[in-house]
Write a protein that binds this ligand. Structure first.
Ligand code: ATP
Ligand code: MG
Length: 394
């Protein structure tokens, strides 16, 4: 049996010309997220998406929809003909499905189809009276009801529902351009990626690993993080960049205190080149000011000065506690704390400089054949397309 899900988005906040673009992209993202739950259809009519899907898959579909940026809320709904008898019957069923005793309710009608036989207040009143008469032990409470029975009168029929599940809001991934996330296996960068997705960025990720020093566990972690993020923003393209040679060169030739900053500069250079080759417009990182010695304003400036592309740091205003809370909420936390070394934790100096001087860094880099090391790393990048990790009944 087919059932309906009504999907609402932030239509009111959208301005003129952006709107059709937003609506089209959101429809694509919804269809992508529901892959595997076929057969279903996604129609778009006047400010709502109407999804038709098999009854037993409705629950799984709603769970997935609740993660898609751009969606404000979803409701499992019934569709009946534009006929008061049908509407009464379906509303009564909704009322009777609620197991609570001495239930209070109200009717909330909304009409986008103006030729319907009743006005909105008439519909509220007539349907309310019908339910009051037919329902068992029910009362009307317009201010604080246990159950709100909503009726939307639309061209395509009357839609009735009583439950509303919140979506994440934000913008559909893909409407705000493309970004490359520097994704470590840590707690912060996946959250930064989630925030980029939230503002409509279509995300790719780059992870630097150092085989054989970093094992398969570290890479699996990053795969898992991408598949969690993909549930919010559709498929994620992950680029695995082999960083061993760069690190070895840095370690053998440069003072330990500058290593982290020099490594970051190399990562940024590689990430920017890769982004340019894929027509990506900005880099995203999980850095936040002052969290560790390598994240002072001076270190951030030293790192950023090697690229010309904008580097966005969505976590800059967050405390560690807030980032951890966000990581838990988006389900990346448990993966991030799995104990595998990433390439930075392997070679971290005991005392990184807090205020590196640009000329010191540049002098160190002149000793290295950086251009070749970078070109070689880029040549050996492996690219994977990672789909959302979805559980059919989850
Ligand atoms: P995270 O929790 O994301 O690792 P962090 O607070 O531990 O962040 P650092 O380890 O100093 O901070 O890294 C700062 C940022 O640099 C990360 O958020 C990430 O964007 C990027 N980064 C660090 N290591 C890697 C890596 N191996 N691959 C890709 N990006 C990385
Ligand atoms: Mg880290």
């Amino acid at each position: 049996m087919k059932t309906i899900i009504l999907v609402r988005y932030g239509e009111i906040a959208l301005k003129g010309k952006n709107r059709p673009f937003f609506e089209k992209q959101l429809r694509v993202n919804i269809k992508d997220a529901l892959k595997g739950l076929e057969p279903f259809s996604v129609q778009f009519h006047r400010g709502r998406y109407i999804i038709e899907i098999e009854a037993e898959l409705q629950h799984a579909a709603i769970k997935r929809l609740q993660k898609i940026f751009g969606i404000v809320s979803v409701s499992p709904a019934y569709r009946v003909a534009l006929d008061m008898q049908e509407i009464n019957r379906q509303a009564l069923q909704l009322l009777e499905e609620d197991p609570r005793e001495n239930l209070t309710f109200k009717v909330q009608a909304r009409r986008s189809h103006k030729n319907f036989e009743l006005t909105t207040p008439e519909l509220n009143q007539d349907l309310g009276a019908y339910l009051l008469e037919r329902g068992r032990n029910v009362q009307v409470d317009v201010h604080n009801p246990d159950l709100t029975i909503s009726v939307e009168i639309r061209h395509e029929g009357a839609f009735l529902y009583s439950r509303l599940f919140p979506g994440p809001g934000g913008m559909p991934a893909g409407v705000a351009g493309r970004g490359l996330l520097l994704l470590s296996g840590g707690i912060d960068s996946p959250v930064a990626g989630w925030m980029a997705l939230k503002r409509g960025i279509r995300l790719e990720a780059i992870h630097f690993h150092s085989p054989p020093f970093t094992g398969e566990g570290a890479v699996n972690k990053v795969f898992d993080l991408c598949s969690i993020l993909a549930a919010y923003g559709g498929k994620i393209t992950l680029h695995l960049a082999p960083f061993t040679e760069v690190q070895k060169a840095l370690r053998s030739r440069c003072p330990e205190t500058l290593l982290i900053t020099l490594m970051r500069r190399a990562m940024f250079r590689i990430a920017e080149k890769l982004a340019q080759a894929h027509r990506i417009q900005a880099l995203f990182t999980g850095e936040s000011l002052g969290q560790v010695a390598s994240q002072t304003l001076e270190n951030i400036t030293a790192t950023e000065s090697v690229v010309s592309m904008p580097v966005l740091r969505p976590l800059v205003g967050f405390d560690k506690e807030e980032i951890i809370a966000a990581a838990r909420k988006i389900d990346t936390y448990e993966v991030s704390i799995r104990p595998f070394d990433d390439c930075c934790t392997l070679f971290v100096p005991r005392h990184p400089v807090i205020r590196p001087r640009l000329e010191d860094l540049e002098r160190q880099e002149r000793h290295l054949d950086l251009d070749n090391l970078i070109a070689d790393c880029l040549r050996r990048v492996e690219t994977h397309h990672i789909l959302p990790r979805q559980v059919k009944n989850g």
